[in-house]
Design a protein around this ligand. Structure first.
Ligand SMILES: [Zn+2]
Length: 68
């Protein structure tokens, strides 16, 4: 099994590649945590650092169930 067989990142819609996924900072209790790719985790961290508004999961490439 390769990483290519894993479902795409719900945030950017790209395959996760060789990097491990991480948990998004976006939460909507009691929904389960959102797993996104490493690039998206870094992007969320940058957004947080610069004080920009987060990219809401409802506007992601594949909006997660329960958020729409
Ligand atoms: Zn991503």
């Amino acid at each position: 099994m390769t990483f290519e067989s894993v479902v795409p990142c719900p945030r950017c819609g790209l395959p996760p590649g060789d990097t491990p996924p991480g948990v998004s900072r976006m939460t909507n209790e009691p929904l389960p945590p959102l797993w996104i790719c490493t690039d998206c985790c870094a992007d969320e961290a940058d957004t947080d650092t610069y004080g920009d508004p987060p990219w809401p999961p409802t506007e992601w490439a594949h909006p997660p169930l329960g958020w729409t």
